[in-house]
Design a binder for this molecule. Sequence first.
Ligand SMILES: C[S@@+](CC[C@H](N)C(=O)[O-])C[C@H]1O[C@@H](n2cnc3c(N)ncnc32)[C@H](O)[C@@H]1O
Length: 303
Amino acid sequence: MKIPAIKTTHKIIFGDSRHMDEIEDESVHLVVTSPPYPMIQIWDDLFKSLDERIRKKWEDLKQVKDEKERTVYQIYELMHEALLPVWKELYRVLIPGGIACINIGDATRKVNGIFRLFPNHSKIIEHFERIGFVTLPYILWKKPTNKPNAFLGSGFLPTNAYVTLDVEYILIFRKGRPRRFKPKDPYRYASKYTKEERDRWFSQIWDDIRGVRQNHSALARRTAAYPEEIPRRLIRMFSIIGDTVLDPFLGTGTTMKVAIELKRNSIGYEIDPNLESVIREKIGVNQRRIDNPFEVRFIHRDL
Ligand SMILES: C[S@@+](CC[C@H](N)C(=O)[O-])C[C@H]1O[C@@H](n2cnc3c(N)ncnc32)[C@H](O)[C@@H]1O
């Protein structure tokens, strides 16, 4: 179906997405994002900067004697509490029937001398349900491993080896009932996927996505970008041409890059202003595209 040419707009806000005052209520159609993962070491400092109590609890862990277990659990809880205001903002800004896709991995870590699992995906489901989101079936993204026989434990002897984490979750939530469209909406028809795409994308295990080529700077690498194919599929599955896609944890700008390519408008929040040059490069700010015109605005909020 033919649709008129559209020019999309893209806004990057350098600021904390726990408040998204720049976005009106019920104005976003889809959220695609990957937050910093609680209890994964590369994000420890970020969580400490988000909540002073987290910094203090890590300090306490070195001192306390009998309360170590409780302190570990409190740190984990506080990290999820630091993400909660963002999840609440998503509920406010999404349209009725709008969808949020959250890429998250669980964490394994030895704390207080004991190796354990921190099941981040279940905490996030719990929080989204408490806010009022409807939980939908999720996707397991099976990451290719360069160590197919990786295991953690003691050779071939039972009983103390551990299962390797080799999937991440793409959790899917909706605000209320399914979205409604006007009959024969031309943008919806122009956005359709093929049977082959549908069969592959709507199956629960995605094991055909290759990792990201890490040819970026150290800064970009630390941001743990996801492969473009993740937002590419999700945006085509859950939005139509001309919609607005939000990423509250923009990182290197992968979601925005793909939103531009797929003729969706987008908004991204990123707390680290040092990522600006990485984002500019990734989304190709200065490239004029006659067949796909777009406009990008960078906003620096006081951090
Ligand atoms: C896992 S990375 C996202 C990677 C991204 N999907 C990509 O492909 O590049 C999480 C990002 O969220 C940012 N961040 C963490 N807390 C934030 C907050 N409260 N507000 C805005 N950005 C935040 C971090 O600085 C980091 O760049």
